[in-house]
Design a protein around this ligand. Sequence first.
Ligand code: CA
Length: 226
Amino acid sequence: MAQARILIVEDEESLRIGLNETFAGEGFAVQICPRGDAAVAAVGAFKPDLMLLDLMLPGMHGMEVCKHLRAQGATLPIIMLTALADEKQIVEGLKAGADDYITKPFRLAELHARVAAQLRRVQAAFGAPLELPGCKLDLTRGEVLRDGKAVALTQLEVELVKYLLKAKPNAVSRDELLTKVWGYKEAVATRTVDMAIAKLRAKIEQDKEKPRVIATVRDAGYRWEL
Ligand code: CA
């Protein structure tokens, strides 16, 4: 990952500043957010690769932030910063969609190790370019390489590909894509998905009229085939 982006959601100022300085000092792109109710929007705007999430926050509890993000289909790793080694809370946090947790007070070295482990996991899943017939798909850079030329993918196309890859070998319905990838509350305009898939196919398929990568599954939606 070129420069990993970290969002730090923490209301305790000294800790927030300390974490910001440390991670920024190590070359991460860092954004800080002091409120729970601003965290979901901050993820949408900053598009972090990873989030450190405190639990006791003004505006919205960290657990709720986590649930909201997962309900929207956000796939980024979330590490919860918990105040107590409360087993029940930890189990609840992992159920809410957190990938890991660290108990305060923590050693920075340990937090770094956990951040690095989560980013490695993401990179293993999405980092190496995917070899497709006739092209390479680089989700980290958000581009398709064909005949030595790079074609940029939109952020939405990257999210769409990731969602289909995660669902593999199952097909994903248009309604699910609209709510999880587009973030629509209700699935209304299903042509939106078909149009986006057509544009994506034009970029990644050898022959967009005979798609081999993304299949249309009758009455089910779309499926990643490779
Ligand atoms: Ca707090």
